[in-house]
Design a protein around this ligand. Sequence first.
Ligand code: G3H
Ligand code: 13P
Ligand code: ZN
Length: 331
Amino acid sequence: MVSYKELGLVNTTEMFKKAIKGGYAIPAFNFNNMEQMQAIVAACAETKSPVILQVSSGARKYANQTLLRYMAQGAVEYAKELGWEQPQICLHLDHGDTFELCKSCVDMGFSSVMIDGSHHSYEDNIALTKQVVEYAHKYGVSVEGELGVLAGVEDDVAAEVSHYTHPAEVIDFVSRTGVDSLAISIGTSHGANKFTPAQCTRDENGTLVPPPLRFDILEEIEKKIPGFPIVLHGSSSVPQEYVKTINENGGKLKYTIGIPEDQLRRAAASAVCKINIDSDGRLAMTAAVRKFFNDSPDKFDPRQYLGPAREELKKLYTHKVEKVLGSAGKA
Ligand code: G3H
Ligand code: 13P
Ligand code: ZN
């Protein structure tokens, strides 16, 4: 059993309290490898933004859970080396789907876990979430639950259609489970194809404009559980300049549409205090790597293509914390 405190990590309690009061959101960035982790830490150390490093079960399979945990410990030390005296870094399990997986992360030094019971019946979701909360709270580890289903497909996170969260259920869910935060469904979804063109309108330049998030549902939820930390998954904006670079350099991405940044800014100013972003990082890395290979077909040193990818990622994360979530300068 390793406590997250020994690793220099923090749970989400203080982060969320300050974020709700201050009208900003904590970035939750996924990582699977060293370059992503370095970019996240460098961007957040430079801007002094608290940050949640997220590990999905797909990431655990890809990179090995022990390595990822030591990387998070390394992240704290790296942040200090970059001049961040008291790094506010949380290590979080993204979309945990069983009690055993959540328990294993708590035992390995994670400071926060998500138990995603949103695909179960309401009562089974409550029972599973409560079981995780009872275990995690013994060790001071924060727990995120989910009510409502997000559409979209990732490696291990898939749903055909979304079901918005029912505001009528949130008081019961939060009080019976004891969760520390609640992920809700108000129109975001996972991946880089969040909307079909048919769901969008076009602006004067012919650009597809997605339907707005359901702020009415968010407001209803906030009225039911005032001041309770809300989480938004599926919050990549899918920057079209990355899509363009990818497609100009051999890629074939189609119908890529994300959540506009102004919608996320509005959400961050509310009780939404954690915003999950993964796909934008994938696009940034892929754009940089594809361009490098196209421009320099004679090069083969991984540092030569992963280096620019890491730089692009750092630029992206800096932009997110400074211009979208408002978390820069809050740590
Ligand atoms: O919400 C899911 C995250 O983007 C992680 O995706 O399961 O492909 O690692 P993944
Ligand atoms: P995106 O696919 O929109 O980046 O969402 C990531 C996410 O919700 C991770 O849990
Ligand atoms: Zn998610």
